[in-house]
Design a protein around this ligand. Sequence first.
Ligand SMILES: Nc1nc2c(ncn2[C@@H]2O[C@H](COP(=O)(O)OP(=O)(O)O)[C@@H](O)[C@H]2O)c(=O)[nH]1
Ligand SMILES: [Mg+2]
Length: 260
Amino acid sequence: MSPDSISESKGDLTTAHPVRGSDGRAVPCRISVIIPCYQEVARIQDTLRTVVRYLEESYTQSWEVIVVDDGSTDGTAEVASRADARVRLLRLPRNRGKGAAVRAGMLAAEGGLRLMTDADLATPIEEATRLIGEMGCGAEVVIGRRTGPRSRVRLRQPWYRQIMGKVFNLAGRLMFNVRYQDTQCGFKLFTEQAAEAIFRRARIDRFAFDFECILLARQLGFKIAECYVLWEHREGSRVRLFADSTSMFISLIKLRLGLH
Ligand SMILES: Nc1nc2c(ncn2[C@@H]2O[C@H](COP(=O)(O)OP(=O)(O)O)[C@@H](O)[C@H]2O)c(=O)[nH]1
Ligand SMILES: [Mg+2]
């Protein structure tokens, strides 16, 4: 993606960017929270309020929130830009897919830690604290995990989505020997170094990007950890069952053949 295809809202960054302390001096940004959004007008305001409250309580000044509007036509960007002056807004001129949106956000971010989270906060933002704890044990990429013996899922996804996830993970295991249990969870944390290295190389624009970034992390030798996260399925998924699962499998095959 060429950088000039992304626009950033004016006015918010220089004046109220949270990586400046109250005395006006630069403070190293500890954490960037990246929220990819497509047609999220109904929830983005509440989501930003919740995320900003958590960051203020946990990180005082040294955080940033980046909303990446993925070509929404429902006013998501306008609502996000009004919601909180400290939120950075990146806009992709047309809908490219969650992978493209996360990549743009990860590469624009300044934080030493970079978290991606879905706009519906199916995993509560407070779970970031647990993922950060894994980094204290040496991990450089921490992937949220929903399934398994210590699952903390409160409300499951619909059965067809669970099957879709399982089949996709199985395909990933067979084709790439990737043994992580839940590659598709929308809650993942990266160190700055891992985020820069992975997302500069990532190519997949749509939902298979999660898998690609785990593959890249492994190839680049970053230490990956899994962390069980709370999850509560939210209605109003933007995932289209047939179109998106087909495109995910096509992407896996292209990855296998080295075509991406
Ligand atoms: N479906 C979809 N989601 C996108 C797109 N671009 C960004 N997103 C965001 O990706 C996140 C995941 O979407 P969601 O519908 O909650 O996925 P689900 O929980 O797996 O069903 C949300 O924050 C979306 O707004 C896109 O092109 N399509
Ligand atoms: Mg969701």
